[in-house]
Design a protein around this ligand. Structure first.
Ligand code: COA
Length: 148
């Protein structure tokens, strides 16, 4: 498994993975939303803020982050590649890019959301703690914070 910064050359493979998981991400429901997301991903790629995991020439996991906001913005692993610590490696790679000593935040699902079971267990396992309840794309959400 190779973890690397993704570039514009990776956009089609990246979006193919997004397509596979879009059902569990509020805000990706329409074709237009997917087009806008593609443009967003390209901007993250241009600023070296998109990390991917490649296995057998296939994109197995993807992560977007913001250095400025010290925020993990998007994370997904191909269902066929889950529970192989790929997400854990993506987050470890992101941490090397973030300013030291600064807390890292993200927005994920609330506790009662079946779509959020894996994500919430994952973030807690990595040491994130639960923060304020909020909304993401109009959907109930919760902030998680990694204290550093
Ligand atoms: C959440 C997600 C990214 C985890 O990816 P992953 O590569 O399978 O996670 P890892 O293998 O790195 O998991 C590391 C640890 O997290 C915990 N964990 C991960 N998935 C879990 C699950 N489904 N149930 C319970 N614990 C889980 C485990 O402790 C795991 O270690 P272990 O397998 O040795 O027990 C993946 O399930 C996913 O893409 N889900 C759909 C999209 C999503 O929810 N993204 C996050 C939105 S904010």
């Amino acid at each position: 498994m190779k973890i690397k910064l993704a570039t514009a050359q990776d956009i089609d493979a990246w979006m193919a993975l997004v397509e596979q998981v879009r059902d569990v991400f509020p805000g990706l429901e329409t074709a237009q939303a997917m087009e806008e997301h593609r443009a967003t991903v390209l901007r993250f790629m241009e600023t070296s803020s998109a990390i991917c995991a490649m296995g057998d020439g296939q994109m197995a996991g993807i992560l977007l982050f913001s250095r400025e906001a010290s925020e993990l913005c998007f994370l997904a692993v191909d269902p066929n590649y889950r529970r192989q610590h790929i997400a854990q490696k993506l987050v470890a790679s992101m941490l090397t890019q973030m300013e030291e000593g600064k807390d890292i935040s993200l927005i994920t699902y609330q506790e009662n959301d079946p779509n959020g079971q894996a994500a919430r267990a994952f973030y807690k396992r990595l040491g994130f703690s639960e923060g304020r309840l909020t909304k993401g794309f109009g959907h109930p959400a919760q902030e998680f914070i990694l204290k550093r």
